[in-house]
Design a protein around this ligand. Structure first.
Ligand code: SAH
Ligand code: SF4
Length: 404
């Protein structure tokens, strides 16, 4: 954690105080226009420019009078992403975006193209970030290594989607799915994430159905309960990684605050209340969480649930001593789950060579930590995982900033 904190330098510029237009609710915008004596129909024109248009700045929106464009520009930002660097990979099937925000904070999104297969139509899925950095600090995750910088504003979340949608539209294609699996823990920035989902869902704004949006959490139990009370807003994915507390304490440090049984109980209540299947993500790490004992523990934990497990080989990250589980171990793990009636899918990770597990480009940009710091961190991880594999719970504190 000491290294993570040292590397999560605050952004170097002052943040632009103007809210992004894509994060403003239609009724708020209408009230703002009315207050300034603009006709109500302008609200629709502004929304069309934000959500359907191809303009990159308000100056290009010629349907609006110049005076209104100036007033809007003084109060709002048309786009909260200052600059984007794109990196294609996988023969063009994956495209990674590194976005610079107004204060210099860097966040990532990944656009994945899935060609049509049989009866299944082509899909274009965008993985987006909800925070710059992350406080949870999972040791196999490049974002966790960066530490926490700040929560993203609603428009900063939504504008990642607008950018990708514009790029797709230029080729006559449409974004079909959005997943909150980029940088950050969405349930620790829940108000803004819910406002962003509302903008993405709303037929008058982005218009993407709730079934096409997935929010992934490392297990913030109060956040899951809040979502359950709201009803089905999107698909919930839980990053499980281990069914045994001792190991999960190390792999997902907020497990020290909300143990795995509480997380799964909250997810189960969510599935019952919403009628929607919960998916559990497990990053497979060789010799750490891929053993027969782990598979049996997970099978017992999820037996009889309305759930599905995705097994994903770990993307290599610089600061850990760990590697991806071999295919054979993952297949055995899936077979043990299947024998207990728990369905599982083995997922291939996309864009590995450019580090498509979010956070990897930003980590690279932050510069490699000093070699002794990496060695020290690896050593601590090895000791912590060895203790966990002997069944000993962690005595490390709950990471700062996760106590929602
Ligand atoms: N904070 C949330 C969402 C962002 S992380 C969460 O943890 O669920 C999105 C997913 O990427 C998580 O399931 C996480 O376990 C996975 N992930 C992170 N680093 C990875 C790596 N090195 N290899 C494979 N998956 C990784
Ligand atoms: Fe945060 Fe998710 Fe990475 Fe864990 S896996 S550090 S919760 S972004």
């Amino acid at each position: 954690m000491a290294i993570a904190r040292a590397r999560s330098a605050p952004p170097d510029l002052a943040r632009d105080p103007r809210p992004g237009l894509s994060g403003v609710r239609p009724e708020e915008l209408a009230a703002w226009l009315t207050e300034r004596r603009h006709p109500a129909y302008r609200a629709r024109q502004v929304a069309d420019a934000v959500w359907r248009g191809t303009a990159a700045t308000l100056d290009e929106v010629l349907t609006l009078p110049a005076a209104l464009r100036d007033e809007l520009t003084a109060a709002y930002r048309f786009d909260t992403v200052a600059d984007t660097e794109l990196r294609p990979s996988d023969g063009g099937l994956t495209e990674k975006g590194l976005h610079r925000l107004s204060d210099g904070a860097l966040v990532e999104s990944v656009l994945m193209h899935y060609p049509a297969r049989g009866a299944r139509r082509e899909r274009h899925t965008l993985c987006i970030s909800s925070q710059a950095g992350c406080a949870v600090g999972c040791p196999f995750c490049a974002t966790g290594e960066l530490g926490f910088t700040r929560d993203l504003e609603t428009a900063e979340i939504v504008d990642q989607v607008r950018h990708a949608a514009r790029r797709l539209a230029a080729d006559g294609r449409r974004l079909t799915n959005v997943v909150f699996m980029g940088m950050g823990e969405p349930l620790l920035n829940l108000d803004r994430v819910l406002a962003a989902v509302d903008a993405l869902n709303d037929p008058g704004r982005f218009g993407l159905g709730a079934r096409h949006i997935t929010v992934s959490t490392s297990g913030v139990v109060p956040g899951i309960r809040r979502l359950t009370a709201l009803g089905p807003q999107f698909t919930l994915a839980i990053s499980l990684h281990a069914a045994r507390d001792a190991l999960r304490d190390v792999l997902v440090p907020l497990n020290r605050r909300w143990p795995v049984a509480e997380v799964v109980a909250a997810a189960r209540e969510h599935a019952t209340a919403t009628g929607r299947r919960v998916s559990y993500e497990t990053t497979m790490i060789a010799g750490i969480n891929d053993t027969e004992e782990d598979a049996r523990a997970m099978a017992e934990l999820l037996r009889g649930d309305h759930a599905h497990v995705n097994l994903i080989p770990m993307n290599p990250v610089a600061h850990t001593p760990w590697t991806a589980s071999p295919d054979e171990a993952i297949r055995r793990f899936a077979a043990t789950l299947a024998a207990a009636g728990v369905t599982a899918t083995i997922r291939r990770n996309r864009g590995q060579e450019i580090g498509a597990a979010c956070g990897q480009l930003a980590a690279e940009r932050a510069g490699a930590p000093a070699a002794p710091a990496v060695a020290w961190r690896r050593q601590r991880l090895e000791a912590a995982s060895a203790r966990a594999l002997r069944g000993q719970r962690s005595d490390e504190p709950v990471p700062v900033g996760v106590d929602a």
